[in-house]
Every structure is written in C-alpha cells, then in structure tokens.
Design a protein around this ligand. Structure first.
Ligand SMILES: Nc1nc2c(ncn2[C@@H]2O[C@H](COP(=O)(O)OP(=O)(O)OP(=O)(O)O)[C@@H](O)[C@H]2O)c(=O)[nH]1
Ligand SMILES: [Mg+2]
Length: 201
C-alpha cells in the first residue's frame, strides 16, 4: 500500500517521496532485527527483551548461541531508496507466541521479506505460508550465517516449495548494501505483481 505522496502545486519544491511499508519477517533468530538495524538511516526502534532460561526448550538458539535477546513487539526503521521512494520497515517478532501481532503489523504493507536460515529452514515455513495466504508479495532472503552451509537458491526454493516467480536471494543481514538489495527486490516484485493485476493478466 502506498502511504502517500503530496504534490506541491504551484511550488518549486520537489514532490514528497512515495512512502511504502515493508515487513521484515521470518522465524525465530533469523536476523530480522539485525537487518532492520543494518539498513535503517534513523536509530531503529527496538523492543528487545532478554531470553530467559525457561524459553530455551521452546526457542532453540542453535546456530545463534550468542543471542541473548528477542523481539517482543516489533522493530522499526526507515530507508531512503532514492529521492522518490522511502521505505518504512517493520520487523516482526520471531517467537510463535507473538503471532497475534502479525496481523496488526501487516496492515497496509506493500510487501515483505521472509528471512531464512538454512540451518533452521523450517522456522520460516509459517512466514511463507502467512504471506501466501494473504496474497502479500514477498521475497525470500537466505541470511548466510558464517558457519551455515551454502545452498543454491533453487534448492532453497524447492525446500520451501515456492512458486517460480517468488524471488529468492542470498544476503548478509549485517551488511547495509546486501540488506538494501533485498528490500529493492521486494519493491520490484510487488510492483511487477501490481502491474500484472492492473493489466488483468
Ligand atoms: N554470523 C552472523 N550472525 C548474524 C547474522 N544476522 C544476525 N546474526 C546474529 O544472530 C543473532 C540473531 O539475530 P536477530 O537479528 O536478533 O534475529 P531476529 O530474527 O530479530 O530474532 P527474534 O526477534 O528473536 O526472532 C544475533 O546474535 C545476531 O548478531 C548474520 O548474517 N551472520
Ligand atoms: Mg528480532
């Protein structure tokens, strides 16, 4: 959904950029907060709480043993893609018990990133399913953790049972340029779908 664009008729000032809402989703500990923090040009809003011993059996930190906190509401950030386009980023919580927040966060979103970790691909099944059911365009981005085995994107597409048209990319959620490429892919994919729908194909 396009939040808005205001033309300043009769004024020499440039038009305001289009602002779009993008969700950064995926399973527990795949790097959502990291990605929003890496690309955001404003200090990202975070809602991190300490992981407790009691949550260990439920939320496996296998592969991300250094992780001590988890998102309990959302991450928020902003990135200017160019003078015409600004993205507002909403990172979802990863733990299953916060699913009830997703509908609120997804309202008005143009599209989404589903981050995945190939060591725990099953953690991102639910996010793929969520966006498919609601018809929200998404790109799958494999966050390449240093000690994770690398797989070709076509293997990931097969494992997640994705349609051929859904973009699948490899990324490093810690790197600004890499995270930016993922967001541009979401916008391009959503625009392609919108154009097809408008053309009635
Ligand atoms: N090596 C490596 N570590 C990463 C990468 N991305 C994130 N991490 C680390 O992995 C851990 C999990 O990252 P978060 O960004 O908190 O993950 P999240 O998806 O927001 O987690 P939840 O909100 O709890 O679901 C953190 O300790 C990060 O420092 C990456 O690309 N490579
Ligand atoms: Mg998080």
């Amino acid at each position: 959904m396009v939040f808005g664009r205001s033309e300043r008729r009769g004024s020499k000032a440039p038009a305001e950029p289009v602002t779009l809402k993008i969700l950064v989703a995926g399973g527990f500990g795949v790097g959502k907060t990291t990605l929003v923090g890496a690309v955001s040009e404003i200090k990202p809003l975070r809602t991190e709480e300490l992981l407790t011993e009691a949550s260990r059996p439920v939320d496996s930190t296998r592969g991300v043993e250094a992780k001590t906190t988890t998102t309990v509401a959302m991450d928020f950030g902003r990135i200017t893609i160019n003078e015409e386009l600004v993205l507002y980023l909403f990172g979802t919580p990863g733990q299953d018990r916060f699913w009830f927040l997703w509908d609120e966060l997804a309202t008005g979103a143009l599209g989404a990133v589903v981050l995945a970790d190939t060591r725990r691909l099953e953690n991102s099944f639910a996010a793929v399913d969520y966006f498919e059911r609601r018809g929200i365009p998404f790109t799958v981005a494999v966050n390449c953790f240093d000690d994770a085995e690398r797989y070709p994107v076509e293997h990931v597409r097969e494992a997640l049972d994705l349609d051929g048209g859904i973009p699948v990319l490899l990324c490093d959620a810690r790197q600004r340029e890499s995270a930016r490429d993922v967001l541009v892919s979401v916008v391009e994919h959503a625009m392609r779908i919108a154009t097809r729908t408008t053309a009635g194909t």
